[in-house]
Design a protein around this ligand. Structure first.
Ligand code: DGL
Length: 251
């Protein structure tokens, strides 16, 4: 039985990369809905329809778990999916909890897609943590398509981030949460552009630990090739390799 990873595109590979580190011998399927990326600018109904199409497709394979390796898809659809499918469904949640539990009164910059920032799921999370006054919501939507095009640190991305960060007074902050699975690709650039006292957190390690606690490991001693799909078309692993190579370089 395989573990399926789903994302609007290449962002979920940052989570799969962590899964391969913690559980190298599991069998994985990765589904990138790149034909329809980005999700973060679309309506909830549209995103939900796209997620259902992908999950129906993935569910035809024998699966032991499904990881919604996409904060936007999780915000919009995880509740309904859990009601309708009979496999463990692991979603993404921005790592706000570890950020606001740090012993400091400074603020957290929560970076995510426009859609994730609007959704009720996030408002509830912040409310439950009693963290409204400590969390500043910040869309970095355009990073999604830069990542899709393998543009992680060129002058265009750098100019975009500089313009976005222009008004931020970093002395008010001590952490930044990456609430979109495409954003870990930009860790190197973030470190270049923001002061070193800012801790950068993402939810990938915690999500994979959670996944591991929900499944039975297969006990194999050898790696199996990953099966890749782009919007339901089977594609060669070669297309995804530059993303893994870049993550190896920066993480
Ligand atoms: N990786 C998705 C997320 O975590 C990207 C969203 C998009 O396609 O806009 O939110």
């Amino acid at each position: 039985m395989k573990i399926a990873f789903f994302d609007s595109g290449m962002g979920g590979l940052t989570v799969l990369h962590e899964a391969l580190r913690q559980m190298p011998y599991e069998e994985y399927i990765y589904f990138a809905d790149s034909d329809n990326a980005p999700y973060g600018t679309k309506s909830s109904a549209w995103i939900e329809a796209l997620v259902y199409q992908a999950v129906d497709f993935l569910n035809k394979h024998p699966l032991k778990a499904l990881v919604l390796a996409c904060n936007t898809a999780t915000s919009v659809a995880v509740k309904q999916l859990r009601r309708e499918y009979d496999i463990p469904i692991i979603g993404m949640e921005p790592a706000i909890k570890p950020a606001v539990e740090r012993p400091t009164t400074q603020k957290t910059l929560l970076c995510a897609t426009t859609k994730t920032l609007e959704e009720e799921k996030l408002q509830n999370l912040i409310l439950n943590l009693n963290a409204e006054s400590r969390v500043v919501r910040f869309s970095l939507q355009e990073l999604v398509m830069y990542a899709e095009h393998l543009e992680f640190e060129n002058s265009k991305v750098e100019a975009y981030l500089k313009a976005q960060f222009k008004e931020i007074d970093w002395s008010e902050f001590d952490s930044m949460v990456l609430g979109c699975t495409h954003f870990p690709y930009f860790k190197k650039l973030f470190k270049k552009l923001i002061p070193s006292h800012i801790h950068i957190l993402d939810g990938n390690e915690g999500t994979v630990r959670h996944l591991k606690s929900r499944i039975e490991l297969n006990g194999h001693k050898r790696k199996k090739p990953i099966e890749f799909f782009v919007s339901k078309k089977k594609v060669r692993a070669k297309r995804f390799q530059p993303y893994f190579d870049y993550l190896e370089e920066i993480l």
